[in-house]
Design a protein around this ligand. Structure first.
Ligand code: S3P
Length: 440
């Protein structure tokens, strides 16, 4: 074992993951990250007081919350995950006094750029090193077609300086399925003259559309074509929003229950929106022992309880239209594939290269170090299983919450303990993850 590989002592920045045989109990996961961002933004644009229950109080959503406050919106915390937002209508935002910090959150930056491009004031959005290296041309290009004035670095990256102005609606055919781009353009479209039409190459998460509709906005959705009608008459109604548990967070606990010898877990109140639930479809194909119970609708989103217990897994092939519906779950699926019998091939997932880190490279590198048979291809991964994961090393989290959690779950099935460096990054989306893992 070389020096870089030797176990270190635990600190705030490091998590020590010990091999585990059991994982059982009943629990819930924090609120959905995507829905939480949208709840804060759309409530701010509504006329009147909205309430949000179950808001994710992770770093990313807290950045959106703070920015909406900096834009003059009163948002009060009423209890854990409970907030009251005093929306001022579509024309109620004010010029911020300072640069707006999106931290690690791509959703914050991309959605708010669409909103700010249409305001009558100047604003600047920045973020951490990871966010400042992620592509922004995918939003600045279509926004420029709408007439937006946005300055980027010479290479198209953030910080973004935005001189808000009146925009003209466009028809935009998205080159890649992206809910962030779609939502950015819908937000800009709320303020634009004419009909905003967005054509999706494959279905990406539709939380913005659902929430806009329940705020009374007329949206026409037909075969991947989204049309925002009559923008000159738009007004958003305040709402009582109950945010369901995040399926992308639940995925790590589900995988943990499948990885250990004796896993038996129920996760209550998880959002199972079909544009997000590809992970469950994939697990079904892998023959995982999983049941979806008590399906119901909460605040316009399908919700259910998920029961899972450890089971032998079968390798699968994943490609095409299912990819956007499990895009954030690919690192944890790769971990599961190390324990599945056969060759798992994941394709059409090149978007993972421009997430918080290059997730294909990061997960392939660290799982290989743990003893997995995994290789990268340009648009995905090839994993052969099952392999006994060894552990006994420190893994890098690449400043990426999902890589850190995926490796922590892999650590449960290792023969020796695993250290996750910079585990604090997990608080971006699932602040109590390590604690919960310990508890179950
Ligand atoms: C998100 C959309 C996805 C996802 C991200 C959150 C959103 O990104 O990966 O974690 O809330 O709209 P893309 O839309 O860019 O694929």
């Amino acid at each position: 074992m070389n020096k870089a590989d030797s176990p270190k002592t635990s600190s705030e920045q490091e998590a020590v993951i010990k091999p585990r045989q059991r994982l059982e109990g009943k629990t819930s996961v924090p609120g959905d990250k995507s829905i939480s961002h949208r709840a804060l933004i759309l409530s701010s644009l509504a006329k009147g007081t909205s309430t949000i229950e179950g808001l994710l109080e992770g770093e990313d959503c807290l950045k959106t919350l703070k920015i909406m406050q900096d834009l003059g919106i009163k948002i009060q915390k009423k209890g854990e995950g409970c907030y009251q937002v005093q929306g001022k209508g579509l024309k109620g935002l004010k010029e911020p006094e300072d640069v707006l910090d999106c931290g690690n959150s791509g959703t914050t930056m991309r959605l708010l750029t669409g909103l700010l491009a249409a305001q009558s004031f100047y604003s600047v959005l920045t973020g951490d090193g990871s966010l400042r290296s992620r592509p922004m041309a995918r939003i600045t290009r279509p926004l420029a077609k709408m007439g937006a004035k946005i300055w980027t670095r010479e290479d198209g990256l953030a910080p973004l300086s935005i001189q808000g102005r009146e925009l003209t609606a466009i028809r935009y055919e998205q080159p890649v399925a992206s809910a962030q781009v779609k939502s950015c353009l819908l937000l800009a479209g709320l303020f634009s003259e004419g009909k905003t039409i967005i054509v999706e190459p494959a279905a990406s998460r539709d939380h913005t559309e659902r929430m806009l509709k329940s705020a009374g906005v007329q949206l026409n959705i037909n075969n991947g074509v989204i049309t925002l009608e009559n923008p000159e008459k738009i007004e958003l109604a305040p709402q009582e929003i109950k945010v369901p548990g995040d399926i992308s967070s639940a995925a790590f606990l589900i995988a943990a229950a499948l990885m250990v010898e004796k896993g038996n877990l129920t996760i209550e109140n998880v959002g199972i929106n079909p544009t997000r639930s590809g992970f469950l479809t994939a697990l079904d194909k892998m023959q995982a022992n999983i049941a979806i119970k008590n399906t119901r609708e909460v605040s316009g989103e399908p919700v259910a309880d998920i029961e899972v217990s450890s089971s032998p897994l079968k390798a699968i092939n994943l490609s095409g239209e299912i990819i956007p519906s499990l895009i954030d779950e690919i690192p944890i699926l790769a971990v599961l594939a190390t324990q599945a019998k056969g060759k798992t091939v994941i394709s059409d997932a090149e978007e993972l290269r421009v997430k918080e880190t290059d997730r294909l490279a990061a997960i392939a590198k660290e799982l290989k170090r743990l003893g997995a048979d995994i290789s990268e291809k340009e648009d995905g991964l090839i994993i052969k299983g099952p392999t006994k994961l060894k552990g006994g090393i420190s893994c890098k989290s690449y400043h990426d919450h999902r890589i850190a959690m995926a490796l922590a779950v892999a650590g449960l099935a290792c023969q020796r303990e695993v250290i996750i460096e910079n585990s604090k990054i997990i608080s971006v989306s699932f602040p109590n993850f390590l604690h919960l893992l310990e508890e179950l």
